[in-house]
Design a protein around this ligand. Structure first.
Ligand code: SIN
Length: 544
């Protein structure tokens, strides 16, 4: 695999520097940036607009053990159970114990969660033993968090945020330290070098690798692919979460229908009106992987519907205004009519391998949020743990940066460059129209058909071979979308390889040819290194 996606040269590139460079502006990126700005000069670069991220689309909420009847230990137990033997317990303990303080701080930064009689309102979601999900504006929790964090970041004199900055590759110096990022500024069409003492990838997920996803267009796995090219390890890439209930209406996007709808009492029914989850442990609130597979199998017989009516009119309108309006726009009044739903790619449990301080195997490179993997989610993330993950491990990155940061900023002279033909103008001149839609569609279709909810050897072999062959083709990189597509191939290969090699079923990874969970053989994390073409394994650890 190439170190850099395409040749570039150091001369003529505009160079910027700061103490901390954060790539991505979802909850992990902005929270990390805001906290780091208390002591450091921080630059935030974001691919599209600052609001555009998976966070903005989060509906259900943020899980946190704050109720008197709840405890971090209950939250830990639920997380471990959902994670199907692949969570690192010590990391989960950090999540559940440090979570409440971070949520408090998030509220201090201006996030307003819904309240009932003056108290924070808590809802229920799948595989939680307690009502512990905070939500905002009914079903627009992510939107509210993003609103507050963007406002807070804009207010901070130490945060400079730039939109339309597409991350192409990480920069390193002669010692092999990561010292910054090579970025394409969409407005000027020029390459920029952003140097910093600490670089935090918070670039989010990769749902766009699949034909059907709840994720926005920006979720193309860029951070994971860029980190991998630079030599960072990827962990647990076979574990992709498929959300059980996305809207299934012709010509409508696979809009997320929050698990909280089932948490408030909605039923899953099949085409004959049968409540097919009734005899499964946990019913509609079983762990996500179980519900998604049950729906998938039921869909062989016919359509599956989410029946909101048991929730009741008043609660539907109060708790789920956005879902209600969206469904109405696509012709379904959920007050009266069951809604057709289907699973869709939703969340990546795997990602850039880090410890519990967000440190990767590359000096000065940190990763937080969905692009990172520290073992907290195991094989299947517990609902609404992802926003909490972004806060807790973002805060720990800031702590570690504080301990480790060097006074001297990296210099452009020491940046290693490939021998290249470009002189600072991006993408062989001005940004071109995206012409690679054909390849992108082929990737998405192949991933959906062979590396999605049910997997088997022939399908995975085909996916692995085709994706590797496509990756080795001389891709034309004429537009940002072309680079995204190259990144999608890189992460697609990593998912297919890890899924092919794991010959068991666990959490989000289900093999119809190996349907059992085999702890003795497979209770271990997969790890992929750039050097060495195969997937290796590391134990699930209880310590850090
Ligand atoms: C949902 O509201 O169902 C999504 C929340 C999550 O992904 O944890």
């Amino acid at each position: 695999m190439r170190r850099y996606l395409y040749p570039w040269s150091k001369s003529g590139i505009k160079v910027f520097d700061s103490d901390v460079l954060v790539l991505g502006s979802g909850i992990a990126g902005l929270y990390t940036a805001i906290k780091a700005s208390e002591n450091f000069q921080v630059t935030v670069l974001t691919k599209k607009t600052i609001e555009e991220s998976n966070t903005e689309h989060a509906q259900g909420g943020i899980a946190v053990a704050i109720d008197q009847s709840d405890s971090p230990t209950f939250h830990l137990e639920d997380t471990l159970r959902a994670g199907a033997g692949l969570c690192d317990p010590a990391v989960v303990r950090i999540l559940v114990e440090e979570g409440p303080v971070c949520v408090e701080e998030l509220m201090g930064m201006g996030t307003q969660f819904d309240r009932h009689n003056g108290e924070l309102a808590l809802t229920q979601e799948g595989a939680h033993s307690q009502r512990r999900i905070l939500h905002a504006l009914g079903d627009a929790t992510g939107w509210e968090i993003e609103r507050a964090l963007v406002a807070k970041a804009k207010e901070s004199p130490n945060v400079s945020a730039f939109e339309g900055c597409f991350l192409i590759d990480l920069l390193e110096d002669y010692k092999g330290d990561i010292v910054g990022a090579l970025v394409l500024n969409e407005e000027t069409g020029e390459l920029e070098g952003h140097l910093a003492n600490a670089i935090v990838l918070a670039t989010g997920g990769l749902g766009q690798v699949y034909r059907f996803t709840t994720n926005p267009n920006v979720a193309t796995g860029d951070g994971m692919a860029v980190a991998f090219r630079a030599g960072a390890d990827l962990m647990d890439m076979e574990f992709v979460q498929f959300h059980p209930t996305a809207l299934l209406i012709p010509n409508a996007p696979r809009f997320l229908i929050s698990e909280a709808v089932r948490g408030e009492g909605a039923h899953l029914i099949n085409a004959t009106g049968l409540r097919f989850m009734e005899n499964v442990e946990g019913k509609e609130l079983a762990p996500r992987d179980i519900v998604a597979r049950a729906i998938w199998q039921e869909m062989n017989q016919g359509a599956v519907y989410l029946d909101f009516r048991p929730v009741g009119r008043e609660k539907i309108l109060k708790r789920f205004p956005k879902i209600y309006e969206t469904c109405l726009k696509y012709g379904v009044d959920v007050l009266t009519t069951p809604l057709p739903v289907a699973p869709a790619a939703h969340y990546m449990m795997g990602g850039i391998a880090t410890n519990s301080y967000g440190e990767t195997n590359l000096p000065h490179l940190y990763a937080a949020g969905e692009c990172a993997c520290n073992g907290v989610h195991g094989a299947n993330r517990l609902a609404s743990n992802s926003l909490l993950d972004g806060l807790v491990f973002g805060a720990r990155i800031v702590k570690k940066i504080g301990e480790k940061i060097e006074a001297k900023r990296p210099s452009w002279e020491n940046v290693l460059s490939p021998e290249g033909s470009l002189n600072g103008t991006g993408l062989n001149g001005p940004i071109k129209q995206f012409e690679g839609q054909g390849l992108r569609t082929r990737i998405k279709d192949l991933m959906w058909d062979t590396v999605a909810i049910l997997r088997d050897e022939p399908g995975l072999r085909k996916a692995r071979e085709l994706l590797i062959a496509w990756e080795q083709e001389d891709l034309s990189l004429r537009s940002i979308e072309d680079i995204e597509t190259a990144n999608m191939l890189t992460v697609g290969v990593a998912i297919a390889k890890a899924a092919y090699d794991r010959k068991e079923s666990r959490g989000g990874h289900f093999r119809s040819d190996y349907p059992l969970r085999l702890d003795e053989l497979w209770q271990k994390h997969s790890l992929q290194r750039k050097e060495g073409n195969h997937v290796c394994y590391v134990p699930v650890s209880g310590t850090d």
